[in-house]
Ligand binder design. Sequence first.
Ligand code: ADP
Ligand code: MG
Length: 682
Amino acid sequence: MPKQIFTEIQSKKLKKLGILNSLDLLLHIPLRYVDETKVDLIKDIRPGAMCQIEAKIISIEVSYRPRKNLTVYVQDVSGDLKLRFINFYPSQIKQFEEGKMLRVYGEIKSNSFLFEMVHPKYEFISIDTPLKNFYTAVYPATEGLSQKLIFKLVQKVFKQENLNEQYPDYFGNLYREKNLPSLLEALKLIHKPSQEYEKKLFDEKKSIFHKRVIYDELLTHQFFFRGKYHENKSYKSKPILYSDSMQKKFINNLEFKLTNQQQSVFLEIRNDLNQSYPMYRLLQGDVGSGKTVVAVMAALQAINSGFQVAFMAPTEILAEQHFEKLNYWLTKLGIHVALLTGSMKPKLKNILYEKIKSGEAKLIVGTHALIQEKVDYKNIGFYIIDEQHRFGVRQRVALKKKSESNKDFEPHQLMMSATPIPRTLAMNYFADMDISIINEMPPGRQSITTKVFSSEKRSQILDTINQHCLNGNQIYWVCPLIEESETLQLQTAEQTFLDLSKYFVKHKVGLIHGRLPSKDKTEIMEKFKKNKIQLLVATTVIEVGVDIPNATLMVIENAERMGLSQLHQLRGRIGRGNKKSICILLYKKKLSDIAKQRLKVIYENIDGFKIAEEDLKIRGPGEVLGLRQSGLPSLRIADLDRDHELLNLAKIDADILLKKNPKDVSLHINRWHRNYQDVGRS
Ligand code: ADP
Ligand code: MG
């Protein structure tokens, strides 16, 4: 690509916008457009509107008090208008000669007798200076790089001779089928839309020209994910044979009956495990929908086939809780369950490492300690990753490395997530995985009533709490932060703990937060579980997974500061037993619009998928999916919300093209590669 299109200074400035070459520049898509294709009459203009006027200079006025001001009075056939400049050069004063014709574009203000424009865009014209016949692009700009210059450089790129060779269409038929223009045509029109088109379509990035570019970006995105998907299936794994007798033994011992959906997703998993390529499946299910037991059934099959299974949780509390439950279920079947967390004593850890290495430990529950260097599995066949969204995608790479001891075979992988994402979005966005969904709750669950109070009414709920404890129930009291922070004015957990301990002399109050040594955390959770603590003051450490059915009331302070999925996760800690539960959301005035919306959604809905949909409406998919933090390729033009139909198409097409036309797929990916650089495509 000829580099000398831009001067050195220009290149430097373009770099600030992330533009490294001419394709980058062409993909620097305008934010919106202004309409300079027609001229308004001064008599028709209204304050607040963006207008273009052609008028003659009548007089100019320079004043220095109260501040420096250059006023240019202009007139057209219909009326008068003031143009005002606060920053100006002496040379400008000379430019504005009486009688000269100006074409100005700007917003109309009305803070004087005459309408005025402050710092309008202007040019000197003669009678026959033609109007633009295209909409003017407004670009994301940076200092020293004016709109005009960006436009000029873009047009310079288009003036090169060998453009068609530089920007070929790799999948010509596909675009023609969809009535999409060629890439070059699309880019040309995006930067310089002809006035015959409706401007709004361009402003909203819904023109077919935008669609073409967006589709290309989504296609790259799907090449990446679907490529991974198919690549994954090309690895070798040892199939896990299904043993019906093992399964029967387990469920006959279970204290409940599986729901239909638990059974059907288990069937999907079972089927995957039976293949000679690795399972890579995401199990989505609302908080409390009973994902753990499904994972355990799968683990059992793996163990029964002679493999070790690692069950990874994001926090120590959760790992310990899983360990207890799994131990309880599996020792009955003679299976050795081990627990490994980062904070365990080195001596204990070493013993465990030995057991893992020798293969004595069959099911190892733990935190990310499970994938650290020192852990050497004898025969790991299956990883279960709970609350996967907490780990991020990078963990997956670490897992792969871990299985090098078993070099020729990849372990199977099941990820679980309680952040429900609408099905279609999940299918398309997590297109590198298979997805199973549980969206029913085990029977007999009691409803949760949600109440919303201003925190001024905090003292009034203490009675409710007292009554609750007297009836033998337990309570979570959730505070968002533990340290005093004046700016945020959040109640500290420590202070709440002291206050509540003083108030409830008859009930035992406990405090748990992230900074406690894990030994203390375990001890406190243990006490809470045994009802030796009735009221547990907690930070959001209890957000994920904790399962204590006797806790039936939850108070969440500063609920207005929390996101929907966090609130939903927190609330999911109650309503787990067979007693009615109450969730009290306290908020500090004054509520922002978005906080109001969120509280309304959480108040009105209990179904996690429904809440996720609402969340999507409020925040948009990029935020909901956590794309920023995820390390996944981000999209620069496409918007998953606006463009979900194109995303559906892109997914289908990506599958076909990956198979049919891998060479052009590579070329296409390379073209868009810059977006994907830090993802470490292999
Ligand atoms: P999550 O999907 O949020 O991880 P869990 O697996 O922790 O949910 O399950 C929540 C609770 O429901 C646990 O106490 C679990 O033992 C129980 N449970 C799971 N499946 C059923 C079922 N089919 N019937 C009754 N209770 C169930
Ligand atoms: Mg769980």
